[in-house]
Design a binder for this molecule. Structure first.
Ligand SMILES: NC(=O)c1ccc[n+]([C@@H]2O[C@H](COP(=O)([O-])OP(=O)(O)OC[C@H]3O[C@@H](n4cnc5c(N)ncnc54)[C@H](OP(=O)(O)O)[C@@H]3O)[C@@H](O)[C@H]2O)c1
Length: 310
């Protein structure tokens, strides 16, 4: 399964599983990247906002120098942070310098909003009252126009979005000359976001599933249907949660800085129709009961159009 890929609307192959780097601490992430590439990962998910791109870049450089992989064999993703959504070219340049790369394979709009580019912090500007310093008059379609212009520079092979709801996609697509290659969203059986997944499938936009394990301190590992399938298949709950995305046609991102987990997370299994039904029934039940679990929702104070948050 480590070699499995999906096709993007650009014609590029994208691996079915990638290493996440959010909250991967300094002093650990370089080693995690090297170990992941050694173990067989061929996709690394980064972001300017994670504050660790330089160390991720050191890991990549070490793996290239050691002959573990060649640059063209690794699919590197990074994202323009919200303080740069009126300066996408600068955002990309900064990420490339951090990563020590000439190009990335995919550049995403991290969140569809603008935080004050002239505020009191490069990444998390705040107002005197402690709220996030957001420019509410900004139109996310303008950011997409800047993203489209980046393709001609060759500094990214593809462009896409992240944290786009159905409502936001429907605002964007009529104005898009280039259809996003990807929408990276939180996705797991407790937050299936089926309306987004279905629209993306219809429009040829590939889903990258983030926080598939429910992020740090997750309750998903002990959820009854997950445990039941894990016991039946003789695997860990984490394997069930990661494998869930493959029949959905999505790429899954798993973050770990722990050697054994990095290796273990690569061992996806083929969930059968009965397994998927159990998980989908659980999703439906959580939806009906208003019990969906969203683990990542920064306090921007913006309605991004997700039904569970609108
Ligand atoms: N676009 C966005 O806005 C966005 C938002 C969130 C995440 N992401 C991307 O998606 C990636 C994955 O999401 P995430 O980091 O939120 O969470 P995640 O991958 O769902 O969970 C990571 C947590 O699970 C632990 N873990 C990993 N493998 C495990 C295993 N086999 N058994 C038990 N625990 C395990 C990790 O611990 P250790 O590291 O200590 O092993 C870490 O605490 C991110 O790193 C990032 O690249 C993107």
């Amino acid at each position: 399964m480590a070699n499995k890929t999906f096709k993007l609307n650009t014609g590029q192959d994208i691996p079915a599983i990638g290493l996440g780097t959010w909250q991967s601490e300094p002093g650990k992430v370089r080693e995690a990247v090297v170990h992941a590439l050694k173990a067989g990962y061929r996709l690394i998910d980064c972001a300017y906002c994670y504050g660790n791109e330089q160390e991720v870049g050191q890991g990549l450089a070490e793996a290239f120098a050691a002959g573990i992989v060649k640059r063209e064999e690794v699919f590197v993703v990074t994202k323009v942070w919200a303080t740069y959504t009126t300066r996408c070219a600068l955002g990309l340049q900064k990420s490339l310098e951090n990563l020590g790369l000439e190009y990335v394979d995919l550049f995403l709009v991290h969140w569809p909003l603008l935080m004050n580019p002239e505020g009191n912090d490069d990444r998390f500007p705040k107002l005197p009252n402690g709220e996030r310093d957001i420019i509410r008059s900004h139109n996310h379609v303008d950011t997409w126009k800047q993203m489209e212009a980046l393709l001609a520079t060759g500094k990214t092979k593809a462009i896409g979005v992240s944290n786009y709801s159905k409502r936001y996609l429907e605002q964007l697509l009529p104005h898009a000359t280039v259809v996003p290659a990807v929408n990276q969203i939180e996705n797991h059986p407790a937050l299936p976001q089926q309306e987004i997944v279905d629209l993306c499938k219809e429009k040829g936009i590939h889903i990258m599933a983030y926080s598939p394990l429910g992020s740090t301190g997750s309750p998903l590992f002990t959820a009854e249907p997950v445990v039941k399938i894990a016991e039946k298949r003789g695997v860990k709950p984490s394997t069930v949660l990661l494998s869930y995305h493959i029949p959905r046609g999505s790429t899954v991102l798993a973050k770990s800085v722990t050697r054994e987990r990095i290796e273990e997370n690569l061992k996806l299994i083929d969930l059968d129709a009965d397994d998927m039904k159990l998980l989908n029934d659980w999703s439906d039940k959580l939806t009906r009961e208003g019990q969906l679990m969203r683990f990542v929702y920064p306090p921007f104070g913006v309605d991004f159009g997700f039904p569970d948050k609108s």
